[in-house]
Design a binder for this molecule. Structure first.
Ligand code: FRU
Length: 498
């Protein structure tokens, strides 16, 4: 039989079985269960079976985008992690390539954890964290290397490239992100100080094999900003330095930090590699919705900086678990900087998905109007609101009997609101079902990508983004516009997804 739904039912032995011990038949049974799931996505990267988490090794190499992800094939739990490989020519249509890195050595026996990819000498170097556990279940991390040839074959190096945790840090030391500067490669690696606070350390190498510890990166975030920084990423954009990471342990504060863990960024001057210092402004969350974590960026041949995130969070059970799978990746977003903040826009290639189009212009006043000919469970929708006097206005998606997902602007509080209280099967309720963020603007636009079980909302051309999984009934397909306490004009365009 296929293993249980409830992550608590999984024993250590079941989570850490290697694929060699698994029969084809068992995988087939699991795949059948997955295929019966009413919430399989249609245009997002998702696992064929089991659990997907962080995007890894995101890179443009040999004429294609390569995007790997953390994968536990055998069920919807965090078990033995592999790297799975997908690739694309256009960031829109992805091909499942297959298993990329299997945890098969003594230095990655308990998981090939997250890491990044970089081209060198005509090959793609994949640097990742090998996770191991000793007999007392203490973890010890190794930073490892695997090399992919242009033909796509991947060979692991037979020894780790960083075997020791630097002194002063705990075994929470993982997720190398590599970039090149002049003659050197640099890697930022998430690290936990011995006093159990989060930090990031810097390494340097000439050949990606021999690495020197440079030191801890000094930031302006204070001595205590969470207990661990996962998935760090550093890059330069428009002459500025951007440091992105996923801190664990920030406390909820007003509309901020509402999810179990956060991910966000700071922007400042380019990193000072001599003094190992980042001078920067405030920390901002990348996504104001519910299901977003551990993002990673790459730069492509056109010089664009592109980000993909995990549309999920650790330690939370999802309604798809009972069908033997969990999570997907977000759509790729192009990053730009405006007024000291990141602007995130869906990559322009996504218009390749646009199929049949419908549009409407409506004047809405103290009413809720179901839009004729606008319906579906998979589409792109652009809604622009203007001349608004209303106290609140917005959209309802996936509307059915007793179900709706609400995206609105509260013009009194000057906040964008994403409400999944009535979006269908509920989950993660302990973290609340409403997300808000402040946005002071006269004109509001929502560009929304709706897939079978997700919503990604780009507000005002990417000034803020809200991502959330939703699990509505198959027949909850309506789209409505509304205005309370006044009036608004809305222009809406919807495209089916091809
Ligand atoms: C973030 C993370 C990483 C780790 C990976 C393991 O979600 O915990 O820090 O490398 O997932 O799957």
């Amino acid at each position: 039989s296929v293993l249980g739904v409830n992550s608590m039912e999984w024993t250590k032995e079941q989570r850490y079985r290697t694929m060699e011990d698994v029969s084809e038949e068992e995988i087939q049974r699991l795949a059948n269960l997955v295929n019966q799931c009413p919430w399989r996505q249609s245009f997002h990267i998702q696992p064929e079976t089991g659990l997907l988490n962080d995007p890894n090794g995101f890179s443009y190499f040999n004429g294609e985008y390569h995007l790997f992800y953390q994968w536990f094939p055998l069920g919807p739990v965090h078990g033995l992690k592999h790297w799975y490989h997908t690739k694309s020519k256009d960031l829109v249509h992805w091909e499942n390539v297959g298993m990329a890195i299997e945890p098969s050595n003594e230095f990655d026996s308990h998981g090939a954890y997250s890491g990044s990819g970089i081209e060198h000498d005509g090959k793609l170097y994949l640097m990742y964290t090998g996770n191991t556990r000793d007999e007392y279940w203490n973890r010890h991390p190794y930073q490892c290397l695997a090399v992919m040839s242009p033909g796509g074959s991947i060979v692991k190096m037979d020894a780790p490239v960083i075997a020791e945790v630097p002194s002063g840090y705990t075994d929470h030391f993982r997720d190398p992100k590599v970039w090149k500067n002049g003659d050197h490669f640099y890697a930022v690696i998430g690290a936990q100080r011995e006093n159990e606070t989060g930090s990031v350390v810097l390494y340097r190498s000439r050949d990606l094999k021999d690495w020197q510890f440079v030191g801890e990166v000094k930031t302006g975030l204070g001595e205590e900003f969470g207990y661990m920084w996962e998935c760090p990423d550093y890059f330069e954009l428009d002459g500025q330095g951007v440091f992105l990471f996923s801190p664990q342990g920030l406390k909820a504060e007003g509309d901020h930090y509402q999810n179990i863990y956060q991910s966000g960024y700071v922007i400042g001057s380019p990193i000072d590699l001599e003094n190992i210092e980042l001078k920067h402004g405030a920390f901002y969350e990348l996504d104001r919705g519910f299901d977003f974590y551990a993002p990673q960026t790459t730069v492509d041949h056109q010089g664009r900086r592109i980000l993909v995130g995990w549309m999920g969070l650790p330690e939370i059970d999802y309604p798809t678990d009972r069908n033997g799978w969990a999570h997907c990746l977000t759509l790729p977003r192009e990053l730009k900087i405006k007024d000291g903040k990141l602007i995130q826009q869906p990559v322009p290639e996504l218009i390749l998905l646009r199929g049949k189009k419908v549009e409407t212009s409506q004047s809405v006043e103290n009413e809720n109007v179901r839009l004729d000919n606008f319906e579906g469970d998979v589409y792109e929708l652009l809604a622009e609101f203007s001349d608004s006097s209303a106290e609140a206005f917005g959209l309802e998606l996936r509307v059915g009997e007793n179900e709706k997902t609400v995206i609105k602007y509260d013009a009194v509080a000057k906040k964008v609101v994403f409400d999944r209280t009535r979006s269908g099967v509920s989950f993660a309720e302990e973290f609340g079902a409403i997300r808000k963020c402040t946005l002071d603007a006269k004109k509001i636009s929502f560009r929304i990508f709706v897939d079978v079980s997700s919503v990604e909302v780009f507000v005002n051309d990417g000034e803020e983004v809200f991502t959330g999984r939703i699990f509505p009934g198959k027949n909850s397909n309506g789209i409505s516009v509304f205005a309370h306490g006044g009036h608004t004009n809305v222009k809406a365009v919807k495209w089916d997804i091809k």
